[in-house]
Design a binder for this molecule. Structure first.
Ligand code: C5P
Ligand code: MG
Length: 160
């Protein structure tokens, strides 16, 4: 078996007024609206956690961290990511995460000025240098103005 693995995850939320927009553990100060969600609605962390789980066929975050659980109300989503990483450590002790690449689709605000903060926070959360966290930002070109979406691919080495 090859020692390389990849995982893929996706998450979306509707944007609603009066909510914070949290992406990769960073609260975006100039966002006019945020994710209408049960937890903090951090689509980047949710997609990343699903990518981590999918790498080792460990199911998805809904199976392990049900959003019906009141413990997750408006909560910081980063423990979900830590839980997913812990599950991988249990099944594949020698596996090392080597890269995180993400595409975030959001019409407003432009996120480029927050790239370093988001990449730095995600890198710290997963234990990677920032040059292994690639973030691409896209608008929907007005096709989905009420939508925030993240798609994430992760790669691993030493998982054989
Ligand atoms: O979606 P579009 O191709 O028009 O985006 C153009 C550029 O705008 C992207 O390459 C990215 O640099 C930037 N962008 C951004 N924040 C967003 C959407 C796009 O910084 N929310
Ligand atoms: Mg374009």
């Amino acid at each position: 078996m090859q020692a390389l693995r990849i995982g893929f995850g996706e998450d979306s939320h509707r944007l609603a007024p009066g909510r914070r927009l949290v992406l990769g553990g960073v609260s975006i100060p100039d966002a006019p609206r945020g994710a209408d969600a049960h937890s903090d609605g951090d689509v980047l962390i949710h997609a990343l956690a699903d990518a981590v789980l999918s790498s080792f066929a460990l199911g998805d975050i809904g199976a392990h961290f049900p959003d019906s659980d009141p413990a997750f109300d408006d909560m910081d989503s980063t423990p979900i990511l830590q839980g997913a990483l812990d599950m991988v450590r249990t099944v594949a002790r020698s596996a090392r995460l080597t890269q995180v690449v993400a595409v975030v689709t959001l019409d407003e605000p432009k996120l480029g000025k927050h790239r370093d903060a988001i990449a730095g926070t995600v890198a710290d959360l997963v234990g990677l240098p920032t040059d292994r966290v690639g973030l691409t930002f896209k608008t929907s070109e007005g096709l989905a103005p009420d939508h925030v979406q993240a798609r994430v691919v992760v790669s691993w080495d030493g998982a054989g």
